[in-house]
Design a protein around this ligand. Structure first.
Ligand code: FES
Length: 65
């Protein structure tokens, strides 16, 4: 399903972007261009980001000095 009409970005692309490490609307915007024009899709983009993050468990990163 197309989420961002301005940039022709679909929900599968947004989901895949999150699975590759994006964790915010800004990350998705940078990678796919979604939500970078009129911004009307940003709430939908955010919902997909949050849903995908809650479905996906990333290994906890431990910073080592
Ligand atoms: S619909 Fe996504 S920026 Fe316009």
């Amino acid at each position: 399903m197309i989420v961002c009409i301005c940039n022709n970005v679909n929900s599968a692309t947004i989901k895949a972007t999150v699975q590759r490490g994006a964790c915010s609307v800004d990350d998705v915007k940078e990678t796919t261009g979604a939500a970078s024009c009129c911004g009307k899709c940003q709430f939908k983009v955010n919902a997909i980001v949050q849903d995908t993050l809650s479905e996906t468990s990333f290994p906890q990163q431990v910073s080592q000095g």
